[in-house]
Design a protein around this ligand. Structure first.
Ligand code: GRG
Length: 297
């Protein structure tokens, strides 16, 4: 029987926190200030949506929680690196993240830059150091997928488009391109890495799971745009209303809130259709999907 989603999510969030605690260098090891900043940025915050997706995808393929925990930690480290760099004055220039001062405010800009760099390296170290898949080829594919998702054809590329789009009127396909790369690519990688930790998927199963992940990655960003416009700074733990303030094109500025929510719901339906092939094994992924669409933070 599928246990209550809240209990499941809490237990996986505790699991990922403990894996991250274990693999982040201790703050009393030199260079202490950098290690302290890495732990400050990563530990004790965030919804851990990407790890939850990895765990749910791991359940689909019967993966061990231990393997998925390490793969999910690698994805979360890349995510936190992106947040730390995104908050820097040369990018989004923000002072609040996960309800506390951003890394460069708490430490300084140079340390924040090095924190992001070091988190990214640590992510790939984890993937290379631990046995996570049944065969070496699959494990290499995990490393390749995460590298691609983080790089110029993924998150960093999407961020470049984002920075370039300020004050411009993007078309819907251009906005979708930006978000599929900036936010969607890493979410897509989280799902696939979790699944790769277990039994291998058939060809059409892999295609369906990847399509699910693509839809849910975009849906996550559509909801993020809605929340940026409608939620408060206190609820989000980051500065609300930044998109409008920075004159950034979003699903709200292009479609308005009602149509943006409809778009998210359409993506949810599309995502869930792709899961039909898996039957009950995908129940946890459906639950995480609902959480992503219905969240208010
Ligand atoms: C600097 C290479 C580089 C990339 C930055 C993803 C990104 C690109 C920047 C993050 C800034 C941002 C607000 C992006 C929009 C969507 C998003 C990724 C929100 C934050 O993710 P959550 O809601 O955060 O999962 P928590 O704190 O819950 O982990």
């Amino acid at each position: 029987m599928i246990a209550d989603f809240q209990d499941w999510a809490k237990s996986r969030q505790a699991n990922i926190e403990s894996v991250l605690q274990t693999f982040l260098p201790a703050a009393d090891i030199a260079p202490e200030r950098l290690h302290d900043a890495m732990r400050y940025a990563v530990l004790g915050g965030g919804k851990r949506v990407r790890p939850l997706l990895a765990f749910a995808a791991g359940e689909l393929t019967g993966a061990s929680e231990e393997r998925v925990g390490i793969a999910a930690a690698a994805v979360e480290l890349i995510h936190v690196y992106s947040l730390v760099h995104d908050d820097l004055p040369c990018m989004d220039d923000d002072v609040l993240r996960r309800g506390k001062p951003t890394c460069h405010i708490q430490y300084d800009e140079a340390i924040a830059l090095l924190t992001g760099d070091s988190l990214q390296s640590l992510a790939f170290q984890l993937l290379a150091e631990h046995r996570l898949a049944d065969d070496a080829q699959t494990q290499l594919e995990m490393i390749r997928r995460l590298a691609q998702a983080a790089g110029s054809r993924g998150m960093a590329g999407g961020q470049a488009v984002d920075l370039d789009s300020v004050g411009k009127a993007l078309s819907l396909p251009e906005l979708e391109f930006m978000h599929i790369h900036k936010t969607g690519a890493l979410i897509r990688a989280a799902v696939m890495l979790g699944a790769y930790c277990g039994a291998s998927l058939g060809e059409s199963e892999a295609v369906n799971l990847d399509h699910f992940a693509k839809c849910i990655g975009l849906a996550f960003q559509v909801v993020d745009d809605v929340l940026d416009a409608e939620a408060t700074t206190a609820t989000l733990g980051k500065t609300a209303g930044k998109d409008a303030e920075n004159n950034k094109p979003t699903y709200i500025s292009l479609l308005g809130a009602r149509q943006a929510r409809e778009l998210a719901e359409g993506l949810r339906r599309d995502a869930c259709q792709s899961l039909e092939i898996f039957g009950a094994k995908a129940e946890r992924l459906r639950q995480v999907t609902d959480f992503i669409i219905q969240r208010n933070f």
